[in-house]
Design a protein around this ligand. Structure first.
Ligand code: GRF
Length: 188
């Protein structure tokens, strides 16, 4: 199989998108980033579309059904093999997930199944956990509930705040996501 076509969905800064793009340019990469999708036309991560000359699609959740139809067409037109959610803050419909079942990955900033949802770092610190980390998982209809593919543990330090822990975990997300995606594609 040649390189897989990956679509990355973002809503914000796109630091995970940036790390996926950087990895995709390496010799041993099994994927290329063919499309960047954002629900936010002002997402800072869209700068990477310009910088690396990657196609982008802004989706408007106001007309969900119409949006989804256009999005599915675009994904099929670009022959997308895998969808990577990366800081994507919208819920995807059951219909969409069914259509791309087993092809949607997400990176979540906790050691799932602990701390699904938001404010993961605050919750881990408040619970005096010794470790937190990040998880790459398949996306199914349950929020942050799909099959866990890989995880990276990060020690919580006594002096950690949610902010300091978040930045240390984010760095590990950048490594884990590309490595996991490449491994999945290598074993296909
Ligand atoms: C971060 O909180 C990260 O932990 C999670 O999504 C948020 C934004 O990530 N995966 P990014 O910088 O937009 O990739």
């Amino acid at each position: 199989m040649g390189k897989a076509n990956v679509a990355v969905f973002i809503s914000g800064s796109g630091s995970n998108l940036n790390s996926l793009i950087k990895f995709s340019l390496k010799k041993n990469s099994k994927f290329r980033i063919s499309l960047i999708v954002s629900n936010n036309s002002k997402a800072l991560g869209l700068k990477y579309a310009k910088l690396f000359n990657i196609k982008k699609k802004i989706i408007n959740y106001k007309s969900k059904r119409l949006m989804e139809k256009g999005l599915i067409n675009k994904l099929q037109k670009e022959r997308i093999d895998i969808i990577c959610l990366a800081g994507f803050m919208k819920i995807i419909s059951k219909n969409f997930i069914k259509k791309f079942d087993g092809m949607i990955l997400n990176i979540h900033p906790s050691l799932l199944p602990k701390y699904k949802g938001l404010n993961t770092h605050f919750r881990a610190i408040s619970n005096k956990d010794r470790y937190s980390g990040c998880t790459v998982h398949l996306v199914n209809h349950k929020l942050d509930g799909g099959k866990i593919i890989s995880q990276k543990k990060v020690k919580i330090l006594k002096k950690d705040t949610p902010k300091s822990l978040a930045s240390r975990i984010l760095k590990q997300e950048h490594v884990l996501y590309s490595k996991t995606l490449n491994k999945i594609l290598f074993n296909l």
